[in-house]
Design a protein around this ligand. Structure first.
Ligand code: ZN
Length: 258
C-alpha cells in the first residue's frame, strides 16, 4: 500500500495580542500560532511550520506558499497591516488548490473577505458566554471523532446575521448562553481550493488548548488538503476535430481575449 502523503501546513498569526496583553501571553506564551501548530504536530501525517505578520513578507514568501498545502489563519487587531500584495498571493494559491482554514476573528481578514466577496460582518459580545457547538453534519470529515456537540465553558459570543455567502456545507451551529446562535463551522470552494471557517478562538480564553477544538482544526486541515496546484489559465483552444469550412472565418479577429 502506498504511504499516505504528508500534508504541509503553515499556521499564520498576527502575533500581536500576546505581546500587548499579559492575560493572552499567559495563555499562549509562545503565541497562539505555536499552540495551534504544536497540537497539529502530534499528527504523524502533518508537517507544520508557522509564520507571523512581522516576518519579512509576513512569512508568506512565494517559496513558503509553494510549499504549503493548507494555510491556517488567525488575525484580529492588525488585519489592515497585511499588505494587499501578500493577500493577492495567498488568494492566488487558494485558487490553485491550497486549502485555507480561517479561525475566529479572521472573519474580518482581507483574505477571507476577498474570497467570500461579502461583508463577513456579525454580532459579537465579550462577556464570557458558554458556547455549545452542535454538529449538524455528523457524516462530514471535519466532524470526525466528535459527538453530537461539544462545549467551551468561556468564549466570546458571535451571533447571526453572519455576512457570508451561503456555505457549501454547514458543519457546526453554535449556541451561546445569551441566547444567540451562529454558523460556526462552514465550508466553501473557491477555484480549486477548499476553505473552512471555524469560529472559536478568542485570544483571552484557552480555546486552542481544548482537545475537541484541536481535533476540529486537524480534521479541517485534512479535509482542505487537495495536493493540487493548478495555475490559472484562459487558453485559446484549437479544435480537436476538423471543423466544417466557415465562409465568414476571415472576417473574424484572429486574437481572442488574451
Ligand atoms: Zn475575538
Amino acid at each position: 500500500m502506498a504511504p499516505t502523503p504528508l500534508i504541509r501546513v503553515t499556521v499564520w498569526s498576527e502575533f500581536r495580542h500576546e505581546k500587548k496583553n499579559p492575560k493572552v501571553a499567559a495563555l499562549y506564551p509562545a503565541g497562539m500560532h505555536r499552540a495551534i501548530a504544536d497540537a497539529l504536530g502530534h499528527h504523524a501525517d502533518l508537517v507544520v511550520r508557522t509564520a507571523t505578520l512581522d516576518e519579512p513578507e509576513h512569512g508568506l514568501t512565494v517559496e513558503a506558499l509553494e510549499q504549503t498545502d493548507v494555510l491556517v489563519w488567525w488575525g484580529h487587531m492588525a488585519h489592515h497591516e497585511v499588505t494587499d500584495e501578500i493577500v493577492a498571493r495567498v488568494r492566488a494559491r487558494v485558487l490553485e488548490g491550497m486549502g485555507l482554514i480561517v479561525l475566529h476573528s479572521g472573519h474580518y481578514s482581507k483574505i477571507f473577505k476577498s474570497l467570500m466577496g461579502d461583508t463577513c460582518s456579525l454580532t459579537w459580545r465579550e462577556a464570557t458566554d458558554k458556547e455549545r457547538l452542535w454538529v449538524v453534519c455528523p457524516s462530514h470529515p471535519i466532524a470526525r471523532g466528535l459527538g453530537a456537540y461539544f462545549e467551551l465553558p468561556a468564549e466570546e459570543m458571535y451571533g447571526e446575521p453572519f455576512g457570508i455567502p451561503t456555505p457549501d456545507e454547514l458543519i457546526f451551529i453554535s449556541w451561546f448562553t445569551g441566547g444567540e446562535v451562529f454558523r460556526s463551522g462552514a465550508t466553501w470552494r473557491r477555484g480549486h481550493g477548499k476553505i473552512f471557517y471555524f469560529r472559536p478562538g478568542h485570544e483571552t480564553y484557552p480555546t486552542y488548548h481544548h482537545p475537541q477544538v484541536q481535533q476540529v482544526i486537524a480534521n479541517g486541515v485534512r479535509w482542505a488538503h487537495s495536493g493540487l496546484c493548478i495555475p490559472d489559465s484562459c487558453l485559446n483552444m484549437k479544435p480537436l476535430e476538423p471543423l466544417p469550412a466557415d465562409p465568414d472565418a476571415t472576417l473574424r479577429p484572429t486574437e481572442g481575449h488574451r
